[in-house]
Design a binder for this molecule. Structure first.
Ligand code: GN1
Ligand code: MG
Length: 363
């Protein structure tokens, strides 16, 4: 606590710190809620510098995008908010202390996160908010935003990492994961398609969030979307990265590390609600080609995440935080079960997508 307090004091805050507690955090960074006098709160974050090696640029991306959104929301009196970054006393947006890199952000009050969607309204709101993110950043020069984690959502790159891991993996872990390994190879060529199309410049490059999952949304107490959080992975990308990742996390009937594989299916009602929300913000912006390939992004992003969890399992868990020995294997199995459900429901996924985005001539 004293250490954390010392860190906070290196930022430009005027209030007295009353309490600091751990915030439910992601797989990579550590986050703390800093409560101050006069009901002012902040989020202190320790950025994982092993993963985010390009710290200056990561923070720069986060600051550029959050300032841009803040301005855009203010201009139109939007109900959406975005957490701004607090400068340090040395006028920088992060400090290095206690073997870590730290940022301090505004805390958005009266907000909550949702672990798993409970109704279609929440899903619709999530779609609208992530759609709004795409549309409100569409006038930002993508050249300003740096590709801080190159090839983050490139399937060939993730496949290369997987094959490398497979070469070095222990016999026991390989044995445990054999079924998944076979599935990954079976689906390979279809799953490469989206990356190949991106390489051929089929889609416009946009500012994308790249971690567009449910837990990266703040809702108000009435389940209205309020703010997108966690801009760590904001980079130039294609809309499919965010759409597919959202469906993966928001429209699954289980959380991503659930062992209940039978229940791990795509909820088509949620899928419809997400499309409706996302399309209400983006259907005028997206090209026909982009819309055409949204359904493929659902399968592809689930595959990528399954592949990454599997790779980390084969690598003896060097990337994601794990709570138990087979955690990454459990996550990978969950994602592959979800992928099987997306494959099974693919025709319906296409129909729902094209209906909501008013695309008549489907390829
Ligand atoms: C990681 O740490 P968190 O939860 O924000 C990961 C995402 C994955 C996600 C899976 C930089 O995000 O790509 O989608 O876990 N972030 C990074 O839940 O690898
Ligand atoms: Mg993240």
């Amino acid at each position: 606590m004293e250490t954390l307090k010392n860190i906070c004091h290196q930022f430009q805050i005027e209030k007295t710190i009353l309490n600091i507690e751990v915030l439910a955090s992601g797989h990579i960074n550590d986050s703390y809620l800093v409560s101050c006098s006069n009901d002012v709160n902040y989020v202190l974050q320790k950025i994982n510098s092993q993963i985010f090696t390009n710290l200056n640029n990561i923070i720069l991306n986060k600051v550029i995008v959050s300032s841009h959104l803040k301005k855009a929301y203010l201009e139109i009196g939007s109900k959406y908010q975005i957490a701004g970054f607090i400068k340090s006393k040395k006028d920088t947006f992060f400090i290095e202390a206690y073997k870590g890199c730290w940022t301090l952000m505004e805390y958005i009050s009266n907000s909550k996160t949702i672990e798993r969607a409970k109704n279609e309204k929440q899903v619709y709101e999530a779609g609208k908010l992530f759609g709004n993110f795409i549309s409100k950043t569409s006038n930002l020069e993508t050249e300003q935003i740096i590709e801080t984690l190159p090839k983050f959502h490139s399937v060939p790159f993730r496949f290369f990492q997987f094959e490398k891991a497979l070469n070095y993996a222990s016999t026991s872990r390989k044995k445990e994961a054999q079924e998944l390994i076979d599935l990954v190879f079976d689906l390979k060529s279809e799953m490469f398609q989206l990356s190949e199309l991106k390489e051929k410049n089929t889609f416009p490059i946009r500012v994308t969030h790249n971690d567009a999952k449910l837990s990266n949304i703040l809702f108000d107490q009435d389940d209205n979307g309020l703010a997108v959080i966690d801009l760590d992975t904001v980079m130039p990308g294609i809309v499919h990265f965010d759409f597919g990742d959202s469906i993966r996390s928001i429209c699954s009937n289980t959380v991503e590390d659930s062992e209940n594989l039978e229940q791990t299916t795509i909820n088509l009602n949620y899928f419809e609600a997400y499309c409706k929300g996302f399309a209400s913000e983006t259907s005028n912006l997206l090209t026909t080609k982009e819309i055409d390939f949204l359904p493929l992004s659902v399968k592809t992003l689930i595959y990528i995440m399954g592949l990454r969890f599997l790779t980390d399992y084969l690598n003896n868990d060097v990337y994601y935080k794990t709570a138990f020995e087979t955690h990454n294997l459990v996550r990978a199995k969950n994602q592959m079960a979800l992928l099987k459900s997306a494959i099974k429901n693919y025709e319906e996924i296409k129909v729902i997508t094209y209906r909501n985005f008013n695309l008549k001539n489907i390829s």
